[in-house]
Design a protein around this ligand. Structure first.
Ligand code: ADP
Ligand code: MG
Length: 240
């Protein structure tokens, strides 16, 4: 579904991604872990061109997305993204947050967009919040809305950048449960997270990134229980 080839990204003369190759097959769940500043968010943001790669290629559903504007629109529509800080529109109601992009980008009617939004709100357990505003919701609730909003575009793939890092501990599970449900339904996903238990449970594959390079790539068992690099061993010793 998505193939990244020899990805490099620099900010000014600071090279933060130093040649990453990664293939994500349909239905696969790839968890990306690694120390702070190692380039995890940048890789994820390059996948849907929120950041423009400095060099390399990204192929989505058989087409390079680096070539023209049309492909950028396609990728933004087809790859949903969920951020650490939810990024909901503060002055729009919950239902407006969810219906805005499908109406604007996909041109579907308000009635249809609302019907779909209500289904998604029911699914994430927040239908009673449809007329509330983001600041009336807890962090966990806001993140579930952010997931519903991304799903409203009917993406082929989802990217999650530390979706639970900004949450109070008691809200982590409700968000991870929604992501697990998506996993069970076969959604293709790349997830940056420090939740190792969750990673072991849902990941088909775990990538450990350090210094802008992939230093471990394997099944959760291989990477967590038998890391090859000192860097990964050291990291797990500190966080597990
Ligand atoms: P991670 O998500 O693993 O913590 P990031 O991908 O956010 O790491 O950042 C990798 C490196 O790139 C860091 O050194 C960070 O300071 C730098 N960086 C990220 N975004 C920018 C930017 N927009 N401008 C300059 N430097 C950036
Ligand atoms: Mg990050």
């Amino acid at each position: 579904m998505l193939e990244i080839k020899d990805l490099h990204k620099s900010f000014g003369n600071l090279e933060v991604i130093k040649g990453i190759d990664l293939e994500i097959d349909k239905g696969n769940i790839v968890v990306i872990i690694g120390p702070s500043g190692s380039g995890k968010s940048t890789v994820l943001r390059c996948m849907n061109l929120l950041e423009q790669p400095t060099s390399g290629d990204i192929v989505f559903e058989g087409q390079s997305i680096m070539e023209n504007k049309k492909n950028i629109d396609k990728i933004r529509e087809n790859i949903g993204m969920v951020f650490q800080n939810f990024n909901l529109f503060p002055n729009k109601s919950i239902i407006e947050n969810i219906t805005l992009a499908p109406m604007k980008v996909k041109g579907i009617s308000k009635a249809e967009a609302e019907k779909k939004a209500e289904e998604l709100l029911t699914r994430v357990g927040l239908i009673e919040k449809k007329d509330s505003f983001p600041n009336q919701l807890s962090g966990g609730q806001q993140q579930r809305i952010a997931i519903a909003r991304a799903l409203a575009m009917e993406p082929d793939m989802m990217l999650f950048d530390e979706p639970t890092s900004a949450l109070d501990p008691e809200m982590v599970k409700e968000v991870l449960d929604v992501i697990k449900e998506l996993a069970d339904e076969g959604m293709t996903m790349a997830i940056v997270t420090h939740e190792m238990g969750f990673a072991k449970e849902v990941a088909d594959r775990v990538i450990f990134v350090d210094g802008g390079k992939i230093v471990e790539d394997g099944s959760p068992d291989e990477v967590f229980n038998n890391p090859k690099s000192e860097r990964a061993k050291d990291f797990f010793a500190k966080i597990l």
